[in-house]
Design a protein around this ligand. Structure first.
Ligand code: DMJ
Length: 722
């Protein structure tokens, strides 16, 4: 074939692909979410945020938080210093102001950003008589100061090697008069937190007094050793950023040491518990999962890798996620459950609303399929109640704790999924949330937490994360082109929603990149005597794919229809027991169809999923095949072999046997319509039982600096995670 002819062929294929793209990209071309409508919703979300922040400013500034029902204010509780519910978070340091700083930049409001930076400089001090939680003050105050600093810092006129002159990749908010005052504040705070890390394990004590340090002297003899994995393990992003910007390596060192002390204490099967003794490293509560007490440990493993590019963090994320897939994820692939960290056995059927952060991290880390599934039940629960309960009982499919303190996690994940999929479904979820928050929780002095999502009773509380995260993420969802959502950006959002970034390439003082890298020792893994780094990186199953749903190539590529067209969508709705009282009404409203199809996923045959490589070639093949199949109405060959029973199926089968009247309706609808269905849509006999593939090698990573003493396992004292 001549070169010119070949060029014509390539051009023809390109034109064909573009045509397919335009025809099939329905999710992006919804007439419902036109740009005008998105603009209206964005404006409403901005107005909602301003109402919340305006109430704080009018009523409570310079205290820490506004009390929305009483129109009061709240700071550190000095009458009852043991009031951890308040004092863990509030230290009399103008919390809501600092937690909100970067949102002004996202709202593209330079004048308000500038005056908030000035107020921070003139009002914030950490020389206060307050004993606070290390984790809370780090994520809310230090995170807010660092992102505010990066945005406000003027770019130097010529390239500079001084890390203090490093500024955000988002331009337009630098203030010519700004001299790094917020970085100085963050540095001062960091130094006041350092005493907490003076433990034999490197795991910090949970609390520290900002003026006096630890209780009981330098060694903290009167401190409780009890702390949680999330609190100890998720200081990384803020402490790394602080070290890299100030050239003071101590913060990165202690945060890294704490993180790996937690990771190295994981169980033989790779699970991380949620409560640990900072003195001994022994587990005080052996429950594992993705919720309270452990949640942001995983988030920071993933995001520390994104921020620094350091392989150690990626390896932790992948190993940790593989263990969660294996033991925590329910066989149908939707819920992550609490399990015993040493056996992997199911611990409880309760899941908390904090866990709703996980789909966002999955989307960020590229497991979009996992993210879509993990998000779906929360969305139906929100639709059912107009809020997300603090605790949900996955067995009973009902509320176990009805409070909703306006948490951001689900909204944050929804934003990541809206971004990653371009599917308007996620905008519809965000719109519903926006209206519910305004209709149910808006009061004159802000937004009040829901004490009970079923009755609508309110509570006199508006945590600082409402403006730092909840309403900010809601706004960003409708502002798809916001510069803070650029997917080539160098920053990550911390667990409190603060965008941080660091100078690249990393400075030479970085302990992980340079000095101590050579010293790092990978000690023998607990289970396999022959593991090595190479083995780890080439193992095909580091993110176990056992949760993948029945494979339907028509819905499997990036041009897919809305997620609402998935075969297993109705199952997600069932998990939320989102049973409409009036089925006819639901049908009329187009929210439910008697002709609909529900697939109950029952696990996956790993031999089929492991063979699905993600090479560009195979993606291209699957793209072409899926279209050929769609046009030619061919059945998908891979569906039949992809269903398999699960080793954990007892829970689901008992749940399956107790379906509601709607389920009966649905079952009869689907069975009555089944003769009209193409054959590939029917559930298949299960070919063989799901067998767990061999465990990936577990890697023990020595913390920096020095060696942490061997950690003891486990002390199983039941205790509530923070
Ligand atoms: C926030 O402070 C952060 O998102 C944190 O990671 C978890 N708790 C709250 C919100 O629920």
């Amino acid at each position: 074939m001549s070169v010119r002819l070949r060029q014509y062929v390539y051009l023809g294929v390109l034109v064909l692909l573009l045509r397919l793209l335009l025809c099939a990209g329905g999710a992006h071309a919804s007439p419902f979410y036109s740009s005008t409508r998105k603009h209206e919703l964005r404006e409403l979300a901005a107005e909602t945020w301003r109402h919340a922040y305006g109430a704080y400013k009018r009523v409570a500034f310079p205290e820490d938080e506004v009390l929305p029902l009483s129109c009061g204010k709240q700071g550190h509780d000095r009458r009852n210093t043991e009031n951890a519910g308040v004092n863990d978070v509030m230290g009399d340091y103008v919390l809501t102001l600092v937690d909100s700083l970067d949102t002004f930049a996202m709202l593209d409001d330079l004048p308000s950003f500038e005056s908030a930076i000035r107020e921070t400089i003139s009002h914030v001090s950490f020389d206060v008589d307050s004993r606070v939680q290390v984790f809370e003050v780090t994520i809310r105050m230090m995170g807010g100061l660092l992102s505010g600093h990066l945005l406000a810092n003027p770019s130097p006129p010529s390239p500079s090697t001084d890390p203090r002159s490093f500024s955000s990749s988002i331009k337009g908010f630098s203030l010519p008069w700004y001299k790094g005052e917020l970085l100085d504040l963050a540095h001062d705070l960091g130094k006041r937190l350092l005493p907490a890390f003076e433990t034999p394990t490197g795991i910090p004590f949970a609390r520290v007094h900002l003026q006096r340090g630890l209780k009981g002297g330098k060694e903290g003899k009167a401190e409780s050793g009890e702390t949680c994995s999330a609190g100890a393990g998720s200081l990384l992003l803020e402490f790394i950023t602080l070290s890299r910007l100030t050239s003071d390596p101590r913060f990165e060192q202690v945060a890294r040491r704490a993180f790996f002390a937690i990771w190295n204490a994981r169980s033989e099967i790779g699970l991380v518990g949620n409560t640990v003794d900072a003195r001994t490293g022994g587990w005080m509560h052996s429950v594992s999962g993705i919720g309270a007490g452990v949640d942001s440990f995983f988030e920071y493993a993933a995001k520390a890798y994104v921020l620094t590019g350091e392989e150690d963090y990626r390896r932790v994320w992948e190993e940790a996620y593989a263990a969660l897939q294996r033991y925590s994820r329910a066989p149908d692939g939707f819920w992550f459950r609490n399990t015993h960290m040493h056996t992997g056995a199911l611990h409880s059927l309760l899941t908390d609303s904090l866990s709703a952060f996980f789909p966002g991290v999955l989307a960020l880390m590229g497991d979009l399929e996992g993210a879509i599934k993990a998000h779906a039940p929360y969305a139906f629960i929100w639709k059912r109640f107009g809020g997300l309960p603090e605790l949900w009982d996955t067995g009973r499919r009902g509320v176990a704790h009805a409070g909703y303190p306006l948490r951001p996690e689900f909204i944050e994940s929804n934003m990541y999924l809206a971004q990653a999929t371009g599917d308007d479904y996620y905008l519809s979820v965000a719109e519903r949330i926006l209206h519910d928050l305004n209709n149910r929780t808006r009061v004159d002095c802000g937004f009040a937490a829901l004490l009970n999502i079923e009755t609508g009773e309110l509570e006199d509380k508006m945590p600082s994360f409402v403006t730092a995260e909840t309403l900010k993420y809601l706004y960003l969802t409708f502002d798809e082109r916001n510069p803070f959502l650029r997917d080539d950006s160098a920053f990550v959002f911390t667990t409190e929603g603060h965008p941080v970034e660091i100078p690249h390439p990393p400075r030479t003082h970085s302990p992980s990149q340079n000095r101590n890298r050579k010293k790092r020792v990978f000690s023998p893994p607990p289970l396999s005597s022959s593991s090595s780094t190479a083995e780890f990186t080439t193992h095909p199953n580091t993110t176990c794919a056992a949760h993948l749903p029945l494979y339907d190539s028509r819905y499997h590529h990036f041009l897919s229809l809305s997620v609402e067209r998935r075969n297993d969508w109705e199952h997600a709705r069932w998990l939320a027991a989102y049973d409409p009282e009036d089925v006819d009404e639901e049908v009329k409203e187009g929210r439910w169809s008697a002709e609909g199809w529900c697939e109950v996923p029952q696990g996956e045959d790993p031999t089929t999923t492991l063979n699905q490589t993600t090479s560009a070639l195979s993606l291209f093949q699957s793209f072409l095949l899926s279209h050929l199949r769609t046009f030619a109405r061919l059945p998908s060959p891979s569906v039949a072999s992809s269903a398999a029973s699960s080793i954990h199926s007892s829970l689901d089968s008992s749940a399956s046997s107790s379906r509601s009247s709607l389920d009966a309706h649905r079952t009869s609808a689907s069975s009555s319509s089944s003769p009209r269905m193409p054959d590939w849509r029917l559930p298949r006999p299960l070919p063989h039982r799901y067998l767990s593939p061999p465990l990936p090698p577990l890697t023990t990573i020595a913390p920096d600096p020095g060696n942490t003493p061997p950690l003891t396992l486990p002390q199983s004292t039941p205790q509530k995670a923070s």
